[in-house]
Design a protein around this ligand. Structure first.
Ligand code: NAD
Length: 296
């Protein structure tokens, strides 16, 4: 049986459409334009691409985009002063500091200096705690995108066995919290997990967030399971640079019930969810109803 392909590109376009509609209503009815500030320190080429793409998509859905590009040598005090200024700027509803930061800057300190209500990446310790205790929070964008696709495909996730491979603060841990919040029975697997194939074979839902090209072969996948591949790995194949996930797509698609491709699966959902989080933050800041279906 060939798996259904979960089209993240099309889903992300739908989410951006919903965000744009909500932004238009906020402008027309309330005279409010949501604003997202993105802070980039240094000149990491991949980060520059992400920041450009975030800015472009922010403007495309009708929001204001504020880009702050700082020198790689920027001091911690200067970066914290900028964040303080953005925290107090009523035109800014979301703040994102592009990671990784240069080595001399303390990432935890910087992230935890963002006002939690404006922390659209959902990395602030307050948001981590709120998510862990099932309270309203800002939810990290990549796991939020995975959850949206899973809910869209299955309706209810209640009672399903889910395995998340990877325990990072950015993807694995918040993903596991979200699946638990939707009443899955959740296992978090990682580099020290004993007999990973056996753990994965029990799962109705597999979320792979490792960063190892095609490490999950099809024969680890339970017949009919849903596979969400978060991995983005650049490899050389037949003399060409190609992007592959953490799952061996061809063999997994032969066993899975549904699977996200790489590229075109989870990737496009991440920025769409950043825009969704910004509009949610804007509504919360103004005491307005949040857009339905765009939060966890
Ligand atoms: P990370 O390096 O922070 O974490 C990787 C995790 O994988 C660790 O918890 C580690 O324990 C686990 N791991 C390592 N080797 C393993 C093994 N052999 N078996 C089982 N587990 C193992 O990475 P991350 O930031 O969580 O990202 C994971 C992947 O997802 C990367 O490929 C990254 O590029 C991708 N990613 C994609 C998006 C997106 O928008 N689609 C966003 C974030 C990350």
């Amino acid at each position: 049986m060939a798996a259904n392909i979960i089209d993240g590109k099309a889903f992300a376009a739908k989410v951006r459409g919903q965000v744009a509609e909500h932004v238009a209503r906020l402008k027309e009815v309330h005279g409010i334009t949501p604003g997202l500030a993105v802070v980039l320190v240094g000149e990491d080429p991949a980060s520059q691409v992400y920041v450009r793409s975030k800015g472009k998509q922010t403007v495309e859905v009708g929001m204001n985009s504020y880009e702050h590009k700082l020198d790689a040598e920027t001091s911690e005090a200067d970066l914290l002063a900028l964040i303080d200024q953005l925290n107090n700027d009523p035109a800014v509803h979301g703040i994102l500091v592009q990671l990784p930061l240069p080595k001399h800057l303390d990432e935890d300190l910087v992230i935890n200096s963002i006002a939690p209500a404006k922390d659209v990446d959902g990395f602030h310790i307050s948001n981590v705690g709120l998510l862990g205790t099932g309270q309203k929070s800002m939810v990290p964008c990549t796991p939020l995108g995975c959850l949206m696709m899973l809910r869209d495909y299955h309706g209810s996730l209640s009672g399903m066995d889910a395995v998340v491979i990877g325990r990072s603060n950015i993807v694995g841990k918040p993903m596991a919290q979200l699946l638990l919040g939707d009443s899955c029975t959740v296992t978090i697997a990682h580099s020290r997990t004993k007999d990973l194939p056996d753990v994965v074979r029990r799962a109705d839902i597999v979320v792979a967030a490792v960063g190892r090209p095609e490490m999950v072969p099809g024969d680890w996948i339970k017949e009919g399971a849903t596979v969400i591949d978060v991995g983005i790995n650049r490899i050389e194949r037949d003399g060409k640079n190609v992007l592959v996930g953490d799952v061996d797509f061809a063999s997994a698609a032969a066993r899975a019930g549904a699977i996200t491709p790489v590229p075109g699966g989870v990737g496009p959902m991440t920025i769409a969810c950043l825009l969704a989080n910004t509009v949610t933050a804007c509504c919360r800041a103004n005491g307005l109803a949040e857009p339905e279906g765009l939060t966890a």
